[in-house]
Design a protein around this ligand. Structure first.
Ligand SMILES: C[S@@+](CC[C@H](N)C(=O)[O-])C[C@H]1O[C@@H](n2cnc3c(N)ncnc32)[C@H](O)[C@@H]1O
Length: 273
């Protein structure tokens, strides 16, 4: 059954990649990126430190903009994603920017077989692991890609915040805090998160909520030491219509004044010992 979930998700991401690379709503800021602007948000910019000279594997890289931004910062990068349309877009952007960054098409669970070499950093951010049914298996793939002493940087939507029903008018829990691999959250959303109005043809997706304890324990079980676990009040996308924009290096979204505050994102730095 997992393969069927992956296949439906991949078709959905192909549709989104086509919409995102056209960037009619400007959510991916492709024009500015091509003109040389960096696209990382405040949180990852502040947390990753100097990446110059590092070998970085960017898993679930989508259309490759963040991968290319890391390369512009002097890292030697490879990006992987299972959407052929996303990978084609990433290769096109690499060609336009003249950056020598390989982009590999494949499932993240096959990354060790598909990508050669060991890495100083595995980089996974903003909307990635919720597409994966088995976090233990993901963590073992991450560990297998790292050199001894290499680190995982993970930055994700907070699973407690992701339990909110985004169609409700305020903070209201709509989903269980976790769901097993064979019971994904099946969604049907006709448009994407960038504000583009283009319709997604393959609208059905399957997602999994992974509690922070599950992620942390999977990373530890895979042989990594947790060095940092942070929670954040800003998210990279407008999860619900009531979220308020926060200006910074790049626009982010927060719970507006008047509603109780809670963390909306979290990040982990973990090192292979
Ligand atoms: C929200 S995007 C991640 C955005 C990313 N942080 C970036 O740099 O733009 C999620 C990506 O995960 C990819 N994806 C989902 N499931 C996957 C899987 N099983 N294997 C590889 N890629 C997957 C999708 O194709 C999509 O490009």
């Amino acid at each position: 059954m997992t393969d069927a979930y992956f296949e439906q998700n991949r078709l959905n991401w192909d549709d989104r990649a086509e919409i995102h690379i056209r960037d009619e709503a400007g959510g991916y800021r492709i024009e500015a990126f091509l003109a040389g602007e960096d696209n990382l948000h405040d949180i990852e910019h502040d947390e990753i430190g100097n990446v110059s000279g590092l070998r970085i594997a960017h898993l679930q890289c989508h259309i490759g903009i963040d991968t290319l931004c890391l390369a512009r910062r002097g890292a030697s990068c490879v990006g992987l994603d299972f959407s052929p349309k996303a990978i084609a877009a990433a290769r096109m952007l690499a060609a336009k920017t003249g950056l020598d960054v390989p982009f590999v098409e494949g499932n993240v669970y096959d990354a060790r077989q598909l990508i050669e070499g060991d890495f100083d950093m595995v980089y996974v951010t903003w909307g990635a692991i919720g597409w994966l049914p088995d976090i233990g298996r993901w963590a073992r793939v991450v560990a297998s890609l790292l050199k001894p002493g290499g680190r995982l940087y993970l930055l994700e939507g907070h699973p407690s915040f992701m339990q909110i029903d985004e169609t409700a008018e305020d903070l209201r829990i709509g989903f269980d805090w976790k769901n097993p691999p064979d019971e994904p959250l099946t969604m049907n959303e006709e448009t994407t998160y960038t504000g583009d109005t283009a319709k997604i043809v393959h609208a059905v997706t399957h997602e999994w909520l992974h509690p922070i304890s599950e992620v942390v324990n999977a990373v530890i079980d895979a042989g990594l030491s947790i060095e940092r676990l942070n929670e954040h009040e800003r998210l990279a996308w407008q999860f619900a219509p009531w979220m308020a924009p926060v200006e910074g290096r790049r626009r982010m979204w927060a719970i507006p004044e008047g509603l109780p505050k809670m963390p909306v994102a979290y990040s982990i730095r973990a090192r292979k010992t």
